[in-house]
Design a protein around this ligand. Structure first.
Ligand code: PMP
Length: 432
């Protein structure tokens, strides 16, 4: 039984008349879990309120950015003060330099950074730069990792190692897709085999250092180290896509947490505190190739937007302070409590389940585990997740409307929110 949300249902019917599938981003349409999406009215702290007046403890958090929850007073103040001074200038502001300094200060491998408007722009630009810098054609990505919707990145793995890509999406030219090679995540042997065969043709490897787009799947020990080693030996660049993990699995992102030094890093989500922003950056000599310093063109009318910079900078400063007081350990402990509640409830009911928690991310799978790659997560039970998702929604808990997405925690979730969610998880298994 799914709770009725008449105003949201009516709003969705109207939206479908004027937007593809009724949404501005496909995952919002609830296709994987069925039913009709709820429409947001407003948010406050860890809670999201829909237009029917229901309240949800929010673990979607706008797909990750809201590490300070909804409408945090200090972020709202920074953004509104910035807006009152002007929403965009098209000439430099000192705020952009302050933001760049803050990002560079926190992300260990970055010497220089360029702001863009989304994660997609960040990865697309980093790849162009990597190809230009190395003079090589091929990009390597991992099946199940998502890096935005640029043509080169809409390619999934074929079976086996180093399969030439086929477009995952119509509209991607075959020659573009063929320049993207895919490998299974967490498979060091496949990685080494590809580099042994074709290492000198590879411009870059792009990876989610903790995968969050096949559900949350951490790297197995040694995988990220192997990536660093083989790319360096082959003269290929290593791009850490930390759009999701940045400032989320730790203050220094996954690279800080695992002690890996990528050549380029892409950022998004948390960096903008919910405003549209992304960034890419890395080693000074590589970034020197970006226009106007170098020949690799990349630009943006709204890049470095003052509202996004003000909100993001406030958020990052607050994070730096909170991290010193154990924020990331607390988020991970909360995530682990949700993971443990899920696994315990599954075990009690004889339902195969597994779960991961790392920093402010977690993943819940209807699969007995271990979960290491997209092959594993693709075998998780989708129908059970759909029922579980709706049971939680009816209990006032909002998770991602797909098992192949991560869950997120914020600094403003309370012990009480977590306890109520543990209870909701346990009770949801009674309805499966
Ligand atoms: N990279 C990763 C790791 C992501 O999770 C996402 C978005 N979920 C992107 C890139 C694309 O970011 P955006 O949606 O802002 O374009």
């Amino acid at each position: 039984m799914t709770a009725s949300r008449p105003k949201s249902e009516s709003a969705f019917a109207q939206a479908k008349q004027v937007m593809p599938g009724g949404v501005n981003s496909p995952v919002r349409a609830f296709r994987a879990v069925g039913g009709s999406p709820f429409f947001a009215d407003h948010g406050e702290g860890p809670y999201l309120y829909d237009i029917d007046g229901n309240r949800y403890i929010d673990y979607l958090l706008s797909w990750g950015p809201l590490i300070w929850g909804h409408a945090h007073p200090e972020i709202v103040r920074a953004v509104t003060e910035a807006a009152a001074r002007g929403t965009s200038f098209g000439v430099p502001t000192e705020l952009e330099t302050e933001m760049a300094k803050q990002v560079i200060d926190l992300v260990p491998s970055m010497d220089v950074v360029r702001m863009v408007n989304s994660g997609t722009e960040a990865t697309m630009s980093a790849i162009r730069l990597a190809r230009a810098y190395t003079g090589r054609r091929y990009l390597v990505k991992f099946a199940g990792c998502y890096h935005g919707h640029a043509d080169a990145l809409l390619v999934k793995a074929g079976s086996g190692v180093a399969t030439l890509g086929l477009p995952d999406s119509p509209g991607v030219p075959q020659e573009t897709a063929q320049a993207t090679l895919t490998l299974p995540y967490n498979d060091e042997a496949a990685l080494r085999a590809l580099f042994a065969a074709r290492g000198e043709e590879i411009a870059a490897v792009i990876v989610e250092p903790v995968a969050g787009n096949m559900g949350c799947v951490p790297p197995v020990p040694g995988f990220l180290e192997a990536l660093r080693e083989v790319t360096r030996a082959a003269g290929a660049l290593l791009i850490f896509d930390e759009v999701m993990t940045g400032f989320r699995v730790g203050l220094g992102g996954a690279q800080g947490r695992f002690g890996i030094d990528p050549d380029l890093t892409t950022l998004g989500k948390v960096i903008g505190a919910g405003l549209p922003v992304g960034a890419y950056g890395g080693k000074r000599d590589i970034m020197a190739a970006v226009a106007p310093e170098g020949p690799v063109y990349q630009a943006g009318t709204l890049s470095g937007n003052p509202l996004a910079m003000a909100g993001g900078l406030t958020s990052l400063r607050m994070l730096a302070e909170a991290a010193a007081n154990g924020l990331y350990e607390r988020l991970e402990a909360y995530g682990q409590r949700l993971a443990d509640a899920f696994v315990a409830a599954g075990k009690k009911r004889g339902v195969p389940v597994s779960a991961h928690a790392i920093g402010g991310m977690f993943g819940l799978f209807f699969h007995g585990g271990p979960i290491r790659s997209a092959d594993d997560t693709s075998q998780a039970d989708k129908a059970l997740y759909a029922k579980f998702f709706h049971a939680l929604l009816d209990a006032g808990v909002s998770l991602a409307p797909s098992q192949l997405e991560a869950g997120f925690l914020s600094a403003v979730h309370t012990d009480d929110d977590i306890a109520r969610t543990e209870e909701a998880i346990t009770q949801a298994f009674d309805r499966l």
